[in-house]
Ligand binder design. Structure first.
Ligand code: NAP
Length: 246
């Protein structure tokens, strides 16, 4: 599997799953733009890639801002020499029961997780269409398939991403562009670190493989979908959860 000569953008690429994806794509030969609201994290990831001999750039972007997304994708395309792969990974949670969830928390999660992906896809689609090649991978969640108490906003955003993925696959497939969603289960990152060890153990006991996932587990799947090995897969949602939901 190689990504030699490919140019990839990873949103939320400054830490966690996005960082693992950026490093994996780079290790397979892709030039990578790490894009994050936290520029420091993105810069560190780009530095780590450069240290190991790869090509990388870092940008600050709040994906929920459509104008900013268009500008940053334009800069990334100029610096990378085009964009072949877009991984929409930036995501947030603002958990609460529906009766306590503020409209602001509902809006924020939808705006980052769902509208953010739309903003970035919209910004790269024309370029991918004219080069008749593109790989779009949206990081959804199993929560978007089964829901979760306290995560109405997050679940809706992740379900929306699956529908967005299917529509992008339909619209852009004839131009040689694939679009797929990856739905991780419970992955150990900053997003999940606030949970106690006891809660984590309880989760693990319900997972067929009896362990939580790692960012690298997710990155391996994204790399496959971004590579030529994944050429004939589009419009799909692939769960990567050690056996939680099927
Ligand atoms: P994470 O460690 O919190 O990393 C998310 C990254 O996205 C952070 O660097 C964050 O920056 C950045 N970000 C937040 N808002 C942004 C915005 N508006 N624009 C650009 N970047 C933004 O989370 P993670 O666990 O790696 O999750 C990555 C993706 O996987 C998310 O979409 C998440 O929903 C999904 N996922 C995670 C799990 C899991 O168990 N961890 C399971 C299923 C799906 P700041 O830290 O500065 O906010």
């Amino acid at each position: 599997m190689t990504l030699e000569g490919r140019k990839a953008v990873v949103t939320g690429g400054g830490q966690g799953i996005g960082k693992a994806i950026a490093l994996k794509l780079a290790s397979l030969g892709a030039a990578v733009a790490a894009v994050d609201i936290n520029k420091k994290g993105a810069k560190e990831v780009a530095h780590e890639i450069a240290e190991s001999g790869g090509a990388a750039f870092a940008y600050r972007l709040d994906v929920s801002d459509a104008e900013e997304a268009t500008e940053v994708m334009k800069s990334a395309a100029e610096d990378l020499g085009g964009i072949d792969v877009l991984v929409n990974n930036a995501g947030v949670t603002r958990d609460n029961l529906i009766i306590r969830m503020s409209p602001a928390d509902w809006d924020h999660v939808l705006q980052v997780n769902l509208t953010g992906a739309f903003n970035c896809i919209r910004a790269v689609a024309r370029g991918m269409m004219s080069q008749r090649y593109g790989r779009i991978v949206n990081i959804s969640s199993i929560i978007g398939q089964v829901g979760n108490i306290g995560q109405a906003n997050y679940a809706a955003s992740k379900a929306g991403l699956i529908a967005l993925t299917k529509t992008v696959a339909r619209e852009l497939g004839p131009r040689g562009i694939t679009a797929n969603a990856v739905a991780p289960g419970f992955i150990e990152t900053a997003m999940t670190e606030s949970l106690s060890e006891k809660v984590k153990e309880e989760f693990a006991a319900k997972i067929l493989l009896r362990r939580l996932g790692t960012p690298e587990d997710v990155a391996n799947l994204v790399a496959f979908l971004a590579s030529d090995e994944g050429n004939y897969i589009t419009g799909q949602t692939i769960n990567i959860d050690g056996g939680m939901v099927w």
